[in-house]
Structures are given as C-alpha cells and as structure tokens.
Design a protein around this ligand. Structure first.
Ligand SMILES: *[C@@H]1O[C@H](CO)[C@@H](O)[C@H](O)[C@H]1NC(C)=O
Ligand SMILES: *[C@@H]1O[C@H](CO)[C@@H](O)[C@H](O)[C@H]1NC(C)=O
Ligand SMILES: *[C@@H]1O[C@H](CO)[C@@H](O)[C@H](O)[C@H]1NC(C)=O
Length: 309
C-alpha cells in the first residue's frame, strides 16, 4: 500500500510475515533517544571508519543535501544520530570488495567507542539501522552466472553474524534496509539491457535473501524487535509516480549536482532541469536528498506502527 504524500508503505513480505508479528504496546520511536546507523555512502556523513565516530564528522553526503538518516532523526526530533556508515562499504569485504570499514569493522568501531559509559544507550532507547547491499551487489553482479544466490547467502550470513555481535552487547531494536532499484539509475541504464537485467535480478536476489534471513534471525530471538524497511518498493513507486511527486525525471541526473559532495543544499544550477530536489537521483548511483525525504518519512511512519517481525 502506498498513499500519496503521506507515503505509507507496506511491503508484501512484511504483510506475509505479519501473521506472526508481535504487537508492541507503543512505538519504538517514542522511547528512542539514539539512532545508530551502519551502512555505505547512501547513509554516510563522511565518517571514514577510523577512530572515534562520536567526533564531528566530515559533512560529506552522497545526496547533495541531508541524507535519509539525518532527515529521519530530524523528523523524529528527540533522538541523536550516531553515524558509523562509510562510503563504498560492503557487509563483508572478505567476500565482496570494499574498503576496510565494512559492516564487521563498523560494528567493531561501535563496540570500541559507543560504550554505555560514552553514550547512555539501553535496550529500549536505541534503534540500530542497517543499510548495506548497494555496493555488495554493484561490486559482484558482473561476476559469474546467475543472480548471486550463493555469494549473497554467504554475505548475508556474515551480515547477521555481525548483527549478532551487536545483539550480544544489548542491541534489541533493528531496522534492516534493503537495496534500492539502482538498476534503473544511470549506472544500470548505461549498461545496456542484458547487464541491466542481470543487475536487477541480483538486487532482487539480495533483497529476497535479506528478507528471509532477517525473518529467521528475528524469529530465533524472543526479545528483539525487527523491521525490514523496503526502500526497493519505495523507490520503484517514486520512479513510477515521479511527476505526481514533483520530480522532473525518473532516472536522469545533472552532472553539476553529481559533483556535489556536501550535506547542505546549494543553489540550483540553471543548466539542470531544476534544483537538486527535481531529481530522484543525485548522480548515476545515489538518490538525491529529496528522494531521501520520502525514505525518511516512510521510515518514521513504518516505525510508528507497532508491528514488527
Ligand atoms: C569502491 O570499492 C571498489 C572495490 O574495492 C572499487 O573498485 C571502487 O573504485 C571503489 N569506489 C569508490 C568510489 O571508492
Ligand atoms: C560499481 O561497480 C563497477 C564495476 O565493478 C565499478 O567500476 C564502479 O566504480 C562501482 N560504482 C560505485 C559507485 O561504487
Ligand atoms: C535467483 O536464482 C535462483 C537460482 O536460479 C532462484 O531460485 C531465485 O528465485 C532467483 N532469485 C530471484 C529473486 O529471482
């Protein structure tokens, strides 16, 4: 279900899994004070994965404006974002090439620096939001035949082994973001139909396994709340309804905006179709801050319901 400007989104898998959903008494948003974000350039605000993530970060964003994580905490209002995401990161760089600061390493950084002495987080006031997969798929889909079934299975086993390390120190509230359909951004469009199709199938396979492994991980614990956030469906709807939603193009980007690396919204360039907010895609691979507004808003809405896996 996807509704106009309110952007409530309900994914099919979530509806199926809701058969055994637990109903919490209140939304996890109400009690949230800390949001811990793990991921790649879609989420990063410039942390390079080295040293203390609590120190001021570099203000580097892939969205030419505040990204979904920043907008999410701004919308919630009473939470602090601690952002461990690193550009180009994969879940496990032993399996899928990427910088040293993969999810495993981001979790180690969390364990080393974000201790309850430094940040008074508890089981019930912290939400762990995890958004990996875009680089995992981009760095692998051209390799070998098929849609990456076995590789993504190993990669996601590693992912949930990392989640388990967070669980071991008290993390109990998790959001797992799936991968956006970037096969329809220029990085995919420019490949030609055959490779674009392979990319699409690989993204779908990664997301299918993420849903399956999240459901089995979460049902193996009696004391956690999990939510899968379906950015894939959200971005599909945004591209399909782009005109109604105020965007000028479903998949183009403007070169002068692609070169922007900061987190502030800068003035429009008259050579483009409009300001950055006229674009769903900031460049060939990354969403713009305006598309991320919808991501953040729909995430607030999903977490405000009391339904979890
Ligand atoms: C991301 O990592 C891959 C694999 O290590 C590398 O080929 C690519 O150049 C990197 N991209 C950026 C933007 O750092
Ligand atoms: C995506 O993968 C291609 C092929 O490996 C690589 O050249 C490119 O740098 C990657 N793009 C990003 C944004 O990491
Ligand atoms: C990926 O390929 C496997 C094996 O052929 C198949 O079972 C699976 O359904 C495919 N995934 C998707 C999302 O189509």
């Amino acid at each position: 279900m996807f509704m106009g400007r309110g952007y409530t989104i309900f994914k099919q898998t979530l509806v199926v899994l809701s058969l055994r959903a637990r109903f919490a008494s209140a939304s996890i948003i109400d009690d949230a004070r800390f949001i811990f974000a793990f991921g790649d350039s879609y989420t990063s605000e410039g942390f390079n994965g080295k040293g203390d993530p609590l120190l001021p970060q570099n203000a580097v964003c892939s969205t030419a404006g505040p990204n979904w994580a920043r907008q999410f905490v701004d919308m919630v209002g009473h939470t602090q974002l601690i952002n461990l995401a690193v550009t180009n990161a994969t879940s496990d760089n032993g399996l899928l090439a990427g910088p040293p600061a993969d999810f495993r390493s981001q979790a180690t950084t969390f364990l080393d620096f974000v201790t309850p002495e430094q940040v008074p987080w508890t089981k019930s006031n912290a939400i762990f939001i995890i958004a990996f997969g875009a680089n995992d798929v981009n760095n692998s889909y051209q390799r070998g035949p098929g849609n990456g079934t076995s590789l993504y299975s190993q990669d996601l086993d590693s992912y949930f082994a990392t989640v388990e390390r967070l669980y071991a120190v008290g993390a109990r509230q998790f959001v797992f973001n799936n991968v956006v359909p970037f096969d329809r951004a220029q990085i995919g469009v420019s490949l030609g139909l055959a490779k674009q199709f392979k990319l699409r199938e690989s993204i779908l396979e990664f997301n299918r396994q993420l849903s399956g492994k999240a459901a089995s991980y979460c049902s193996s614990k009696t004391d956690i709340k999990c939510s899968i956030y379906d950015t894939h469906t959200l971005f599909t709807h945004i591209m399909e309804d782009y005109r109604t939603l105020g965007f000028a193009t479903p998949n183009d980007f403007c070169v002068s905006y692609a070169a922007r690396t900061g987190c502030d919204v800068l003035p429009a360039d008259s050579a483009c179709l409009g300001p950055v907010s006229a674009y769903i895609w900031k460049d060939d691979f990354h969403p713009s801050w305006a598309a991320d507004t919808m991501w953040a808003r729909a995430l607030v809405s999903q977490l405000s319901s009391s339904m979890f896996l």
